[in-house]
Design a protein around this ligand. Structure first.
Ligand code: SF4
Length: 366
């Protein structure tokens, strides 16, 4: 597997770890924004190779985890519309709303379909023209272009029964929002897949405005280690710049076609992030000319969501202020088989990753 195996070389990773040890003189806290990075760090045991001066904390980069309970309740409300088909990616099925999960709603009789792409939802709408198909548009800039393409296709096909509930979120502004709070992070390992769409340029305000270096990283262990080395080098040298480690997938300017279709279909708005709150300029809504494909008018106005279960620390974990083992429910009442919060549901959630890879080891004492 070219372009992957090379970055999984044990010798390569160890040699980069040695260089980090040589370079690191002070204490630095780095946040891996993205859940895919968190999984890579744990799956490959990268934390154990780092010097004591480098601490890694996980950020809010799991789209399932940051979807607010209110938004889950909105999806559940769409299930109650007569003849509705709700089409969603599978990882949303077990996320708890105020009363149910989508899986429970389906067990009660709602027509909830798990799909693998936005075009599956288009196909559902084409095959069921007498019914409304509500596609749950979720994810960061990585998946937003495919939702935009589906909306444009639905318009071309005259599929008036195709409706999108856009819960898409934008990443760079939320990093700024974290830094406005109590987030004591010195630098960011930034998501390679998001930046393959938006480029590295939108991270400039984080580096120049907040003085926090950003390195865009791929997802193999060699990528992540190299990004850590680049961040430590910047910090030790007193620099704060945007750098790209993932040069094989990311350019500074991004993917112009993907950005163009996002701009054509979506307007930028505010969005509610679980654990962080409402953040301006981090959401996407359909533009006026695509209003016929907007699911929002079908959502009841008054959704009263219940607070998170007592003891659940998802908010603190998503803000990088706490590690999963610090949650009193972790591994006791809350496990992947019986999740209480969303961070234990998604395969890229911090709590699920800690549970899978590190629940019984020294990480519990981190
Ligand atoms: S362990 Fe469970 S309850 Fe605790 S923060 Fe994680 S998901 Fe929430």
């Amino acid at each position: 597997m070219r372009f992957a195996e090379e970055f999984r070389s044990r010798e390569l990773v160890k040699s980069i770890a040695d260089r980090i040890r040589q370079k690191c003189q002070k204490q630095w806290t780095l946040m891996e924004f993205c859940g895919t990075h968190t999984v890579s760090i744990f799956r490959h045991g990268l934390k154990s190779m780092l010097p004591d001066g480098v601490k890694l904390v996980s950020g809010p980069g799991c789209p399932v985890c940051v979807t607010s309970k209110t938004d889950i309740d909105k999806i559940l409300a769409l299930c109650d519309i007569p003849d509705a088909i709700v089409a969603t990616y599978g990882d949303m099925m077990k996320v708890p709303g105020s009363k149910f999960t989508l899986a429970e709603k389906r067990a009660q009789g709602a027509d909830v379909r798990v799909i693998y792409s936005s075009y599956d939802a288009i196909e559902l709408a084409r095959e069921n023209r007498g019914r409304k198909v509500f596609f749950i548009g979720i994810g960061f800039e990585t998946t937003a272009p495919s939702t935009a393409a589906a909306v444009r296709r639905a318009k071309e096909m005259g599929l008036q029964n195709f409706k999108v509930l856009s819960l898409h979120k934008l990443t760079p502004p939320v990093i700024g929002a974290l830094l406005e709070g109590d987030c004591a992070v010195d630098g960011f390992i930034c998501p390679g897949h998001v930046c393959s769409i938006i480029g590295a340029k939108p991270l400039e305000p984080i580096a120049s405005g907040y003085g926090k270096p950003c390195v865009v990283a791929g997802f193999e262990p060699g990528d992540v280690m190299q990004a850590i080395l680049m961040l430590v080098a910047q910090l030790e040298e007193g620099r704060s710049e945007v750098e790209i480690e993932y040069v094989r997938g990311v350019t500074y300017e991004g993917n112009s076609n993907a950005l163009k279709i996002m701009e054509e279909v979506f307007d930028i708005t505010s969005s509610e992030w679980r654990g962080i709150g409402v953040v301006e300029n981090t959401g996407l809504v359909l533009r006026g000319e695509f209003a016929d494909f907007d699911a929002s008018p079908y959502v009841p106005q008054q959704i009263r969501s219940e607070p998170d279960p007592p003891g659940c620390k998802c908010g603190d974990i998503l803000r990088g202020e706490m590690l999963p083992p610090d949650c009193p429910l972790f591994g006791r009442l809350c496990k992947p088989s019986s999740p209480i919060g969303p961070c234990m549901v998604s395969s890229e959630g911090s709590c699920a990753t800690y549970y899978l890879y590190a629940r019984s080891e020294k990480w519990m004492n981190l």
